[in-house]
Ligand binder design. Sequence first.
Ligand code: F6P
Length: 540
Amino acid sequence: MNPTITPEWGKLQAHHDSIRGAHLRELFAADPDRGSMMTAEHDGLYLDYSKQRITTETLDLLVALASATRLGEGIEAMFTGERINTTEDRAVLHTALRRPHDAQLRVDGENVMPAVHSALDRMSVFAQRVRRGQWRGFTGRRLRTVVNIGIGGSDLGPAMACQALVDVADPNLEFRFVSNIDGNDLASALRVLDPQETLFIVSSKTFTTVETLTNAHTARRWLLDALGTTSAVRDHFVAVSTNTAAVEDFGIARDNMFEFWDWVGGRYSIWSAIGLSVMIAIGTDQFRGLLAGARSMDDHFRTAPLERNLPVLLGLLGIWNRNFLGSQTHAVLPYDQRLARFPAYLQQLEMESNGKSVDRQGNPMTVDTAPIVWGEPGTNGQHAFFQLLHQGTTPVPADFIGVLDPAHDLHTHHDLLIANLFAQTQALAFGKTSEEARSEGIASEQIPHRTFPGNRPSSTILADQLTPYSLGQLVALYEHKIFTQGWIWGIDSFDQWGVELGKVLATRILDQLQSTRSVGSELDSSTSALIGRYRQTIRE
Ligand code: F6P
């Protein structure tokens, strides 16, 4: 359904016209309880959305829009395995990966839960053997480094989670993530690794991705050069994939493969065997904690009333900011260094899911879809791009993410960190008027430079601690936020056709780069000149 033809969309437009001049200063002044009322909480995760440019009426209208687009039916369709990824004719069931053993979930008539749990059990046995030093390298040495080779969803989730959960990770193991086709990525890892002590996990849903296969083949050659026999591959390479034939073609035996299924999207796959490196890092019980946290958010998303449903609220606020306030980008600002890769993880999750220009039926969208998602941890960002957030010409809605109880005892650092988080949301919302600047004794010629417009929307998300459980909640929160938005926009959030064209063209250009024939006349003049310049430099 095109959301713009609903009466609710029209009402939101009229409502926007009526409150567009309202400043957050006025909204807070008008309601002393706003800061405690415009909040929602689930299982220890707290959301303060009072600094969004909304009133209670805005929220009512947004919730009405969600109902009019039958969001509740969409949520059920996803959880029950309907083929809501219509362009690929697939179910979308990453939520099945965090369900308990005794749940029932049929895909094509078959209950998938036994397979989900037997895959988890196999991962668990393997992870324990590596952690206990029972799985050894070919020469009998204990494994010290685990290298995940994968890209996109087969890299960003495990890389983000291993960094986030470093406090509960095995300190005797080092984890590395190689993704880029740029040889610098793999070469810099191999330079410092000992082949006798290194385990490679080749992670690829399709096992056809050129970056991953190229890196995996080079890593395999490096290992064989050092250890002298293909028999070593068995002890140093495992694969995670849905494509058994391609894994076997590569030379990894079925026994060393951990499988998952086509109903798990790449960017939603951290819960599957793609999370193997995470499980090795933190152990089985903690990995189950990650799944349990996500399950808690699943249950909340499925059952909580829309107006108190955290992912729904985040999704609706995103629609308000994007479609009614006209925001083009969205900043994700974790005030926790361990979450440094979280913005990059969310970039794929949100932009690959909802960066679409046609609806599920192929009709051109009449409203904007996903914003550009970006961010860096605080307080680093404050000394880099926050200038633009406060005084630039483009308001940027932001999510500030904080963890109240740190995992260290540097309490002064933590107080400063959290003080900065709260202060930034305050400064963005309320700004500083010219009267206030003047009363501080600021010289009149400096007043325009030293006032802050304020009225810049943000949400604050707080977790008590950063644990596998709360990380699971946080990731599932954003997964479902993205689902909410995609459903309301009427797009397929689970395909990614937009990445295909570049792949095809790269193959053609590779032929031209490596050829000695003159550059093909069918190419555009820019690309042909660029190829010519490359060839000339490389051959000189
Ligand atoms: O870039 C497209 C994409 O298909 C992503 O959706 C996916 O996460 C990534 O490539 C890696 O794919 P694979 O796991 O099949 O190697």
